[in-house]
Design a protein around this ligand. Sequence first.
Ligand code: AHM
Ligand code: MG
Length: 331
Amino acid sequence: MPAAENSRIALPVGSNLDRFIMTNQEDFPFASGELSQLIRDLAYAGKVVNREINMAGLSNITGAYGAENVQGEEQQNLDVAANIRFSRALKKGGEVAAVISEEEEDIIDLNNPRAKYIVAIDPLDGSSNIDVNVSIGTIFSIYRRLSPQGGPVQMEDVLQPGKNQVAAGYILYGSSTMFVYTTGNGVNGFTYEPTLGEYILSHPGMQMPETGKIYSINEGNYNSYPESVKKYVSLCKDRSYSARYIGSLVADFHRNMLKGGIYIYPSTSKSPNGKLRLMYECNCLAMIAEQAGGMATDGVQRVMDIKPETLHQRVPFFVGSTKMVEEASTI
Ligand code: AHM
Ligand code: MG
């Protein structure tokens, strides 16, 4: 697999995540060691969540929790469990001042006032797929806080545009579990080796093909797509592209990153601003896409340039191979 030109790969395939982070310490913005630790904390919580997901059919934790999250969606037991795992790991780690999560209405102040970082996270995305054994994922973005350390976290610390991210990543709980992240120097992917309990570097310097033949969109919403999206989908059919839609964003994104393709969640009559959330779904995957040579827009502008106005803001999302996203955004 070719290494990204902008990524220094100091260790070969087969190195574990901890060693990789240590060896590439200078790749971390501000390189004080805290961001490295924060990435390790997220990776560790991911192992715990992975274990719970793997037992989902056995232990009594699938199904609905009996409550709705802030967006009126039914929370699944594992959504709630994953939210607890990640918040706890970040609180204990001490590097994060506040978290925003798909599962929580307000900013979660972790009472680490001296901490420099803010995390936006979707602890378990695609969770309606849990009960049917389909891939799901965790998505995270990391920002530096803007207000002085020591004081209370401010809304401006959290509502930063995606271009301010210092790191972003996802964990894919699929046929194997993968931890994929960037600190702005290319994208590296690690496969979880369950018998060792380690993430092993398996996909160094990930690069998204410039174009591809896969389009991923929920075609059940076709009648309420904007005209431009209808046109783009027709074009995909004229060219006999493959339609591949898991309905699990991380899995659809990951496949398209490896094989070349586009994922679109446009505005629809049910979700006039699109369904996906800017702060903890779109910005993160936009950073990964760009770092891998891909592209992400809301159909008009670059996702990472959008100035967020609310924590749970939704935006239309077009992400994937650059040529495809360009064409879909300008058709
Ligand atoms: P969630 O955050 O409630 O899990 O919803 C996000 C998920 C994405 O993973 C997926 O791509 C999309 O919703 C699927 O939506 P739809 O069923 O409307 O096609
Ligand atoms: Mg989600």
